[in-house]
Structures are given as C-alpha cells and as structure tokens.
Design a protein around this ligand. Structure first.
Ligand code: ABT
Ligand code: MG
Length: 148
C-alpha cells in the first residue's frame, strides 16, 4: 500500500492546527501508520530540504523548520502521495485553493504549515529519513472494508 511523509511544521503546531490537520487526513480515509512530535536536528532539516540547498531561502527555511516542535507522520492509502498534495494545497498559501489546508489557514509561503512528499520516490526517501522501520505500524484500518 502506498505511503507518504507528512509533517506539521512549527507554525502549524504553534497555531494549534495538529488536530484539524490529522482530522482531514482521517476523514478522507487515509490510515495513520507513523506519528511523532519532535524537535528537528539541524542536520535532519538540511538533509530533508537538500534539493533547495543552493536557494536563497535555504538558510531561513532550515532555521524555521528547526525553530520549534514539529509533528512527523506517515499516512497510508491508495494514491495517498498525490492526494495528500491536493489536500495540502499550493506551496503559496495565498494562491492555494480554499478547502485546502494552506488555502484555509495560511498566508505566507515561508510559513505554509505542512509538508507532503511530492512523488512516490521522494516519499520513500523521506519516510526512511524521518522514521525507523520499527516506528511504523502495520495495521488494517477498521474501516478498510468500507473504503476499498
Ligand atoms: P514543502 O512541502 O515544504 O516541500 O513545500 P512544497 O513542496 O509545497 O514547496 P517547495 B518548493 O518544496 O518549498 C520548500 C519550502 O521552501 C519554502 N519556500 C519555497 C520559500 O520559503 N520561498 C520560496 O520562494 C519557495 C519556492 C516553502 C517550503 N516550506 N516552507 N516552510
Ligand atoms: Mg517540497
């Protein structure tokens, strides 16, 4: 079954949006298989965003991601990688559609509340970067019979 890495960034935690965000993924029908709240070490933030290493916004981005607690999650379900990106909305919350998490709750591209893996291969890389295999739980969602 497909899996994706989702992180509620420090601004989402500060804004008390953890429950709201988890609710949206649960309500959609996806299954939570990994969850931890953590302070992000600098090296982990740099590795996570290494594709942006050369960008002018990189130092600010790393500073922001390491600025406070973050909630790291792995969600499972058919098509979860691209569907999660739709639930999250466009990178810039000002242009993200209403009904998406960023569209409903954000205003700033540098404070866009939540991260979701952008492709299946990226998801696999990010899941192994943020979680050990023992931290992930294999379970059948009780509602699975109603969803698939
Ligand atoms: P992430 O889910 O955080 O990866 O965001 P998304 O994939 O939607 O967008 P990308 B392009 O990966 O942005 C990574 C982070 O960099 C921030 N950013 C991006 C800026 O601050 N300025 C910019 O001009 C761009 C393009 C937004 C993303 N995270 N935050 N916070
Ligand atoms: Mg990205």
């Amino acid at each position: 079954m497909e899996r994706t890495f989702i992180a509620i960034k420090p601004d989402g935690v500060q804004r008390k949006l953890i429950g709201e965000i988890i609710r949206r993924f649960e309500a959609k029908g996806f299954t939570l298989v990994g969850l931890k709240m953590m302070s992000v070490p600098r090296e982990l933030a740099e590795k996570h965003y290494e594709v942006h290493q050369e960008k002018a916004f990189f130092p600010g981005l790393v500073k922001f991601i390491t600025s406070g607690p973050l909630v790291a999650m792995v969600w499972e379900g058919d098509g979860v990688v691209s569907s999660a990106r739709k639930i999250i909305g466009a990178t810039n919350p000002l242009t993200a559609e209403p009904g998406t998490i960023r569209g409903d709750f954000g205003v700033s591209v540098g404070r866009n509340l939540i991260h979701g893996s952008d492709a299946i291969e990226t998801a696999a890389k990010e899941i192994s970067l943020w979680f050990t295999p023992e931290e992930l739980v294999n379970w059948d969602s009780a509602m699975a019979g109603w969803l698939y």
